[in-house]
Structures are given as structure tokens and as C-alpha cells.
Design a binder for this molecule. Structure first.
Ligand SMILES: Cc1cc2nc3c(=O)[nH]c(=O)nc-3n(C[C@H](O)[C@H](O)[C@H](O)COP(=O)(O)OP(=O)(O)OC[C@H]3O[C@@H](n4cnc5c(N)ncnc54)[C@H](O)[C@@H]3O)c2cc1C
Length: 355
């Protein structure tokens, strides 16, 4: 826990929400629960990946331990199948093939186009790179079933060790792929359980995402005549159900919109950019709407290279028309310049980053 008056940063796991406070289990002191009252709440718990890519490392040490275990697992596997040709699947497949040239890596994707939410040229570039790295790409195949078996006739206790498991993947086109490591990159699951406990009607039963207004205020179904949303509770980032691509820059912008709306409510102004725009008593405070930003991309494709898609820009000769976005490759460092994120977002000292 660190205190930067009047702010308080608590490193811990939220275990419950009520309409007045949140309960946090502090790290290193799991017995001790802390209650924090709020006037406004921003729910930004993100998504998690399916196993074995899921991790619950809430501290740097736990996160590093998890990453080391994953690396060892990849190192020990010979035949790796990655399912899903979105950003995550392409990045995993190309990174593994770059680092371990002798391993057999197969990427299975249900459509003909990799990264289908981006420009076709992103697919073309990524596909070329994937083929160059010797990755076996299977496009237009959907996974129909996955069967697990144990490598040897191992005793039951050892069989629980997932490293002993082999997988037989069958696709809807009748293809069978045998592997000793299966990475599911087919979609993330929203961390919405705490919201579902607190306000079940706020969570979409199909997607498990939190339903929000364009103002990012959390919606709810209540009795007739009651507002259909919480005035003071916001959901942002991957866990919120919006049309935005799940990306850091979209989450960042949502954070700005939620912060603007909270400040307007606290100060009682029409816009924080105009501090004199006070709202008269009894008048409704206008809220800012979130509008998703254009899809943009920075995709690692192994070998120290990234593919970038910039936002489309207006055609100078036809201002109403957008020209296709620029797609290009640039060299990148292995660390992906994570140091700058520590400094700019976490305001952290990067000198012990690798310790
Ligand atoms: C491999 C990978 C690469 C990506 N690359 C890019 C990229 O290049 N550019 C880009 O824009 N986006 C990228 N993304 C997407 C981007 O990371 C997400 O869209 C973004 O992080 C979403 O932000 P968020 O705040 O909603 O959630 P997160 O960043 O996931 O943050 C949620 C946080 O809440 C914590 N949390 C969860 N439950 C609890 C709890 N009960 N108590 C306390 N804390 C909790 C989690 O540990 C996590 O730290 C990538 C994603 C992945 C998986």
C-alpha cells in the first residue's frame, strides 16, 4: 500500500463490492481485509485468458514466476498447436517459432483471413512472415473437439501434472493434430464475477461483459420508474461491453471519459475544460459519451519485427472519405520498450525491472 495524499494505492485483490464500499485482501496480509468507501467506482478488472495462459499473478514476483513456468513448458514441448489467428495467436506462434526454430508449431484459424478485424494487408504481411518461420498454418478450420490423453501410463498422481498430457485436436474439416502443448487464443473471458454478485442484471448473460451506457455508466434493470443505470458506477476497458476493439489505447481513453464524467458530477460543471460552466441546482449534469477509436495495431511477428496499422485518415481531396490506413513494418526490441510503460504509466523506477 502506498499513500500519495490524497490518493491511496492498494496492492491487493478486491473480493466484494457493495453500493458503498469495496473489500480488498491486501497482498502479504491475506488474513486482513480492508474496506474502502466510495462515492464513485470505476470497475476496470479486464479479461483473463483460458488455461494454460490464464494467470492470477497480482504481484511482480508471482507474475515473473508464472512467466518462467510458461517458458519452461514451451521449452519442454516439441509439438505446439496454437488455436486462433487473432493478435494473440499470431504473436505466440511467431515468438515461439523465432526462439525455438526446431519445434513444430501449428496455427489453426477458423477464417481465411488472419486478424480479421484489421486491413487485409495485415493478413498478407503476417502470413508471409509465418510461412518464412516455417509455421504450419491451417486456415478455414474450426476446432470441433479436443481429446486429452496421458503421455505414458503414468500413475494417477503424476497424470495430474499437465505436462504429461497430450492433446488430439480435430477440426470440422476432418483434420487431426496431435500435440503436447495446446494454446487456446480464441478469446478472453471478462472478469465480471464481482459485478455479477453485486448487480446481476448489469452483466450480459451471453458475453459476461458489463453493460454500459455510452457514458460508461453501468446499466441495470430495476423497478419501473427507476433509472436504468448507476449514476456513480462506471465500467471501462475490456470488461465493458462497447463496440471498441479490446486494446490498451481504447481502455485508456475510456478511463479519461469516466474520469471526466466523475469530475463533472463532483464539481458540478458541464465540462472540466470550462471550470466556469457551473450547472444550476436541479439541472442535469451533461455526461461525455465514449466513442470507440479506430482499430490500430502493433503486432509482434517474431524476429524483432512488428507490423503496424495506423488509424485511417481523411482523404484531403474528399474530406468525407477515409483513405485506407497505412500498414508498415518496423524493427522492435525484444522488451517492446516496456521500460517506458513503467515510467509513464506506473510512475515506477525501472532500475529494478529485471530483479
Ligand atoms: C498478449 C497481449 C498483447 C496485447 N498487445 C496489445 C497492444 O500491443 N496494444 C494494445 O493497445 N493492446 C494490447 N493488448 C490488449 C490490452 O492489453 C488490453 O486491451 C488492456 O490491457 C485492457 O485494459 P483493462 O484495464 O481493461 O484490463 P487489464 O489491463 O487486463 O487490467 C485489469 C487488471 O485488473 C486486475 N484484476 C482482476 N481482478 C482483480 C481483482 N479481483 N482485484 C484486483 N485486481 C484485479 C488484473 O490483474 C489486471 O491487472 C494485448 C493483450 C494481450 C493479452
Amino acid at each position: 500500500m502506498s499513500n500519495a495524499e490524497p490518493h491511496l494505492v492498494v496492492c491487493g485483490q478486491v473480493s466484494a463490492i457493495t453500493d458503498e464500499c469495496v473489500t480488498v485482501q491486501q497482498h502479504g496480509d491475506e488474513q486482513q481485509a480492508m474496506k474502502i468507501d466510495y462515492s464513485h467506482l470505476v470497475y476496470a478488472l479486464g479479461n483473463h485468458l483460458p488455461d494454460p495462459l490464464r494467470h492470477d499473478g497480482y504481484s511482480k514476483l508471482k507474475g515473473m514466476e508464472w512467466m518462467k513456468r510458461c517458458s519452461e513448458r514451451i521449452e519442454k514441448s516439441e509439438n505446439i498447436v496454437v488455436i486462433g489467428g487473432g493478435a494473440l495467436g499470431v504473436q505466440f506462434a511467431t515468438d515461439i517459432a523465432t526462439r525455438f526454430a526446431h519445434k513444430r508449431v501449428t496455427l489453426v484459424h477458423s477464417r481465411k483471413q488472419l486478424m480479421p478485424r484489421f486491413d487485409q494487408r495485415v493478413h498478407d504481411m503476417a502470413y508471409e512472415r509465418i510461412k518464412k518461420l516455417g509455421i504450419n498454418v491451417v486456415l478455414g478450420h474450426r476446432v470441433a473437439s479436443v481429446q486429452q490423453s496421458h503421455r505414458d501410463e503414468a500413475p494417477t498422481t503424476q497424470a495430474e501434472n499437465k505436462e504429461d498430457v497430450r492433446y488430439l485436436v480435430r477440426t470440422n474439416q476432418g483434420l487431426e493434430l496431435d500435440c503436447d502443448l495446446l494454446l487456446l487464443c480464441t478469446g478472453t473471458r471478462p472478469n465480471s464475477a464481482l459485478m455479477a454478485n453485486f448487480s446481476p442484471s448489469s452483466v450480459d448473460p451471453q458475453t459476461r461483459q458489463i453493460q454500459v451506457l455510452q457514458t460508461l455508466q453501468v446499466m441495470r434493470s430495476v423497478g419501473h420508474g427507476e433509472p436504468n443505470h448507476f449514476a456513480n458506477i462506471f465500467a471501462i476497458g475490456d470488461v465493458a461491453e462497447t463496440a471498441a476493439l479490446h486494446a490498451g489505447y481504447q481502455a485508456y481513453y475510456m478511463g479519461e471519459v469516466a474520469a471526466e464524467n466523475i469530475l463533472r458530477q463532483i464539481i458540478g460543471v458541464r465540462s472540466t475544460a470550462e471550470p466556469d460552466s457551473k450547472v444550476k441546482e436541479g439541472e442535469t449534469i451533461p455526461m461525455q459519451d465514449f466513442a470507440p477509436l479506430s482499430p490500430m495495431l502493433k503486432l509482434t511477428v517474431g524476429g524483432g519485427e512488428v507490423i503496424k496499422q495506423d488509424a485511417p485518415v481523411a482523404d484531403p481531396t474528399h474530406p468525407d472519405k477515409m483513405v485506407r490506413p497505412i500498414i508498415f513494418t518496423v524493427p522492435d526490441t525484444e522488451s517492446m520498450d516496456v521500460e517506458s510503460v513503467w515510467v509513464s504509466l506506473a510512475r515506477a523506477d525501472p532500475s529494478n525491472m529485471h530483479a
